[in-house]
Design a protein around this ligand. Structure first.
Ligand SMILES: C[S@@+](CC[C@H](N)C(=O)[O-])C[C@H]1O[C@@H](n2cnc3c(N)ncnc32)[C@H](O)[C@@H]1O
Length: 288
């Protein structure tokens, strides 16, 4: 996709080190930036199995990456299913697996997906639009205490209780702007670098998409599909996810070693070019 810049591309390539003929799994295809780079480096006959739970991302990549033909296999699925998908496509014992987790810029920029408090749209927030649960269901039907717990657990929002109360009072909430207003009633309007709605939106998104439990299952399973000496590279965008990755790499279900003693972050130069890279954290692991 034009205008999309994959984050930490150089660093990802350094750790995955794709060679001609290699087989890799990109668990989060998105706009296909990392997959494209892997396919270019594994030419002429290397292959990528690319997974995404967002069918719009797959549709875009199908077009933009069509020149790679059968070297690229795409699957609409949650990455927690990586093991059966890999087995089904002959991608066991792969050289490497990549996950660049979170929402794509395509999702954030599309008001109809409801991910952004900067854009008015329905309170949806589903990455996989074939799933039933939406953010509107949560804010309109869950008990106040459940909402407060979600905001606290997944957004680390200290004012979770008053915000939950304000949400319940504002029912029914239909639009992202309804939610932002309910939050601002407690937190006040935007000031400083972090918008007062940031944590609540993050929390609802993580909850609606079951992001943390998917990540846990994905990490366990991906380690089993990598060959000995193969690598797992994971990029996360907030501390809850990074904590899970760090912990799993330290105590993996199969033997391996951490390649990133210190977490890798984007250079100032990359952040200047691509502000989305600001909060990206990369960790890499090698199977014994
Ligand atoms: C940041 S984007 C990936 C960008 C990609 N690396 C690129 O270069 O264009 C993250 C993608 O991961 C997908 N995703 C997030 N969680 C997922 C999950 N549990 N299973 C499958 N895909 C997921 C999202 O739908 C989104 O398209």
């Amino acid at each position: 996709m034009l205008g999309h810049t994959p984050v930490l591309l150089e660093e990802v390539m350094k750790f995955l080190d794709p060679k001609p003929g290699g087989r890799f799994i990109d668990a989060t295809l998105g706009a296909g930036g990392h997959t494209r780079a892997i396919l270019e480096r594994t030419a002429p006959d290397g292959r990528v199995l690319a997974i995404d739970q967002d069918e719009l991302a797959l549709a875009g990549a199908r077009e933009s990456l069509q020149s790679f033909g059968s070297r690229l296999i795409m699957e609409h699925s949650n990455f927690k299913n990586i093991a059966p998908l890999a087995a089904g496509h002959g991608f066991l014992e792969v050289e490497g697996v990549l996950a660049d987790i979170g929402i794509s810029s395509m999702m954030v920029d599309d008001p109809s997906r409801g991910f952004s408090f900067m854009r008015e749209g329905p309170l949806d927030m589903r990455m996989d639009r074939t799933q039933d649960l939406t953010a509107a269901d949560v804010v309109n039907t869950y008990a106040e205490k459940e909402i407060a717990d979600i905001l606290y657990t997944y957004g680390e929002e200290r004012r979770s209780r008053p915000i939950a109360r304000s949400i319940v009072r504002a029912r029914p909430l239909r639009l992202t702007t309804d939610l932002t207003r309910a939050i601002e009633r407690v937190m006040g309007g935007p000031r400083g670098r972090i918008h007062p709605a940031t944590r609540t939106f993050q929390a609802l998104r993580i909850f609606v998409n079951g992001e943390l439990s998917s990540l846990e299952s994905f990490l366990d399973s991906s380690m089993t599909v990598i060959r000995s000496g193969g690598r797992l590279v994971v990029i996360t965008f907030h501390s809850l996810e990074d904590r899970i990755v760090k912990q799993k790499f330290r105590t993996p279900p199969v033997p391996g070693r951490v390649l990133t003693k210190k977490v890798v972050v984007a250079t100032e130069e990359e952040v200047r070019r691509n502000p989305r890279a600001r909060s990206a954290k990369l960790r890499a692991w090698e199977k014994s």
